[in-house]
Design a binder for this molecule. Structure first.
Ligand SMILES: CC(C)(COP(=O)(O)OP(=O)(O)OC[C@H]1O[C@@H](n2cnc3c(N)ncnc32)[C@H](O)[C@@H]1OP(=O)(O)O)[C@@H](O)C(=O)NCCC(=O)NCCS
Length: 121
């Protein structure tokens, strides 16, 4: 794949009290096929800052930026038991497109995975 057909958009979120501390980050890894642009989405928020709206802010920025870059679809994979992440994604319009049984391992346990997508155009 040619390098100009792949790029990454990365956001990090800093603590308001300690600007050196990153409390969350999110990125899109974008692939282009002609005029079609598909992005994979990853997000992580520090354990002690979860459930305080950081994931919502990061995801909102990511989607806003994806629209500016004319991304057609954002895709992600999530463990089916990760209800917090699924709630976050659904809030922004992501839909479950497929369910894969025993598709990943997390903390020593084999888990099912949803593939979710947000179609922007
Ligand atoms: C998933 C993750 C990114 C979400 O970020 P966050 O900052 O915790 O999310 P927010 O606080 O913005 O939003 C969480 C939402 O889930 C809801 N929620 C919290 N706990 C929940 C639970 N156990 N089940 C369902 N919903 C839950 C909250 O009420 C909130 O919804 P609301 O905005 O409608 O009130 C973060 O928790 C994280 O990094 N988890 C570990 C890594 C991970 O799972 N990454 C995603 C891999 S696909």
């Amino acid at each position: 794949m040619a390098l100009q057909n792949f790029w990454i958009i990365f956001f990090k979120y800093h603590s308001l009290n300690d600007q050196k501390m990153v409390i969350g980050f999110a990125y899109l890894s974008i692939r282009c096929y002609g005029s079609f642009r598909s992005a994979g989405y990853q997000i992580v928020v520090r354990d002690d800052y979860q459930n305080k709206g950081v994931g919502t802010i990061l995801t909102s920025h990511i989607i806003h930026t994806a629209k500016k870059f004319r991304i057609n679809v954002i895709r992600l994979s999530v463990l089916t038991e990760n209800t917090r992440a699924i709630k976050l994604y659904k809030k922004f319009g992501f839909v479950i497109e497929s369910h894969h049984e025993r598709a990943d391992v997390w903390r020593g346990k084999i888990s099912d995975v949803y593939h979710m997508a947000l179609h922007l155009s």
